[in-house]
Design a protein around this ligand. Structure first.
Ligand SMILES: Nc1nc2c(ncn2[C@@H]2O[C@H](COP(=O)(O)OP(=O)(O)OP(=O)(O)O)[C@@H](O)[C@H]2O)c(=O)[nH]1
Ligand SMILES: [Mg+2]
Length: 506
């Protein structure tokens, strides 16, 4: 069982060690001699035994020799298997693969059984089935603010009244339009809020709707920024059919157009369902009209759009096998729903982890205050920290073996010992501000220190399990030291209130 070294242990043992160092040396020498003698004896006995077995076997008939050999092999194999099982680290939890609606429903049921909210994923499935029934093809217009998404709708559907504006963030919610392509395909085209708006709260809406569509038209008005590239990469990872449309080409010279479009082409993979189109969605321009009498008038008039290149690229994509378009869309929606479930599950487990940490830190504090003789709480804290780490691993469904928890806590106890002076100094200081705490000080200081240590250790274990799914000791312990330093004083005060209240009850 792992030992959770209490802080006074190290101080007392230093003094003891100095007094008795010569006796220790003598005892150590004796122990070494005894060990060597016993190793030699065991070696002699085993070789003697092996030789005598060998002699008996040589004289025995072949079947007996064979049976003996097989038995020995079997025993060896069992021992080896046991050793491997015990010491091999547990394999990391495999990433869940969602390939179909059934896989997703299994995942939903599993999480529901644990009390995790699955509404958002269910809504995705409902929307998907609704769209499938309607047999609609969805096109999403995605891109940074003011890249001309709404102007594109205007260019495609001049009869609609679509809001465009030189001020970014003019489209605040998804607006859907029906459009019949020149080849007669009936499409739903969604004008989405622009990405990277200063307030930035609508990015998720846009990215989610892009995942739900069959084709994404991603508008840019120049070379890609890092954020734009990230979004594109994300869509490509989802295998989303994609048209990168370079807009506002009316502002560029022919040589500039070629330069920018070549650059964009280089940034995209060469594959069938990714295309580039050069367009000009028009928008409006300010002009000065000079009348016959020489007077000037400022007017805004629409620019002539040219989106033929885009319409061609889109038609080419739609002419592809509709079955494949649907399958790709479904797969992207499953991924979207899975991500939502993963996020819900993680939030739920993090909250549970906090409850576990609080429960065990309080137990550690009570254990420290109830300790009858100095040092009798070593065992209590060892058991408590072991139980806490095991409960956290179970909570995150991480396959951490008992032996790994033991090993981790053994290493942890060294780190804990190192951080104890700091914890004690802070705890002592904090207690000064609590009137009347002086009379209780001994046990209470001890209890708060344990509470802080368990809490920090628990947080480090929880964060590591949440992020990695297992418990590598070194990074976890580094995190423990960071966690210990975080809001140390305010945490100490909070625990002090609890410890003093508990001490008052006894
Ligand atoms: N020069 C030029 N300007 C354009 C073109 N298309 C649109 N614009 C201008 O770009 C600005 C933004 O156009 P919108 O269509 O509102 O852009 P948006 O992407 O919908 O913007 P948000 O909804 O705010 O994200 C407007 O001032 C348009 O007049 C174009 O082809 N050339
Ligand atoms: Mg808009």
């Amino acid at each position: 069982m792992a030992r959770f070294v209490p802080f006074f242990d190290s101080v007392e043992s230093t003094a003891l060690y100095m007094k008795s160092s010569s006796l220790t040396k003598l005892l150590l020498g004796l122990a070494v001699v005894l060990t060597i003698v016993s190793v030699i004896t065991v070696f002699l006995y085993t070789t003697d035994l092996a030789f005598s077995v060998w002699e008996h076997l040589s004289a025995a008939p072949l079947p007996i020799r064979l049976a003996y050999g097989l038995l020995a092999l079997l025993v060896g194999a069992v021992v080896l298997w046991l050793l491997v099982k015990l010491f091999r680290p547990a394999p990391a939890r495999p990433q869940r693969q969602i390939r179909s609606e059934d896989d997703l429903l299994d995942y939903i049921n599993e999480l529901q059984a644990q009390g995790i909210d699955t509404d958002s994923a269910m809504k995705e499935l409902a929307t998907l089935s609704q769209r499938k029934q309607a047999g609609e093809i969805h096109i999403a217009l995605c891109g940074d603010i003011s890249t001309g998404k709404s102007s594109l709708i205007k260019a495609l559907l001049p009869q609609h009244d679509v809001q465009t504006s030189p001020v970014g963030g003019s489209t605040r919610e998804i607006a859907r339009y029906q459009w019949t392509s020149p080849a007669g395909d009936r499409l739903i085209i969604s004008d989405l809020p622009g990405l990277n708006e200063a307030d930035g709260e609508l990015d998720a809406v846009t990215l989610e709707e892009s995942a739900r569509s069959h084709v994404v038209i991603f508008l840019v008005d120049g070379d890609l920024t890092r954020d734009q590239y990230k979004v594109l990469q994300n869509l490509l990872d989802l295998k989303k059919p994609l048209i990168l449309a370079l807009n506002k080409t009316d502002q560029l010279e022919e040589t500039e157009k070629k330069l920018v479009s070549d650059q964009l082409r280089k940034r995209l993979p060469r594959q069938d369902n990714v295309a580039i189109a050069l367009i000009s969605t028009g928008g409006e321009e300010d002009v000065i009209q000079v009348a016959a009498d020489g007077s000037e008038q400022h007017l805004t008039r629409p620019r002539k759009p040219d989106v033929a290149d885009l319409a061609k690229a889109l038609q080419k994509m739609l002419d592809n096998d509709p079955q494949t378009l649907n399958e790709l869309r479904d797969a992207a929606v499953f991924t979207l729903a899975q991500n939502k479930l993963d996020r819900q599950a993680l939030a739920f487990r993090r909250q549970k982890a906090d409850e576990i940490i609080e429960k065990y830190s309080r137990r550690a504090m009570l254990g420290a205050m109830a300790a009858v003789t100095p040092g009798s709480d070593i065992l209590i804290q060892g058991v408590i920290s072991y139980k806490m780490v095991r409960a956290l691993a179970e909570n995150y469904q991480a396959p951490v073996k008992a032996i790994n928890i033991d090993r981790f806590l053994e290493l942890a106890s060294k780190h804990v010992t190192r951080t104890v002076p700091l914890v004690l100094a802070v705890t002592g200081n904090i207690l000064k501000v609590f009137p009347g705490a002086g009379t209780l000080a001994g046990g209470v200081v001890h209890a708060i220190a344990y509470g802080l240590i368990l809490e920090s250790l628990g947080k480090a274990v929880s964060d590591t399990l949440a992020a990695r799914g297992d418990l590598p000791p070194q990074p976890t312990l580094k995190l423990y030291e960071e966690k210990l330093g975080e809001d140390l004083e305010s945490r100490a005060k909070r625990l002090a209130v609890y410890a003093i209240r508990q001490a008052g009850k006894h």
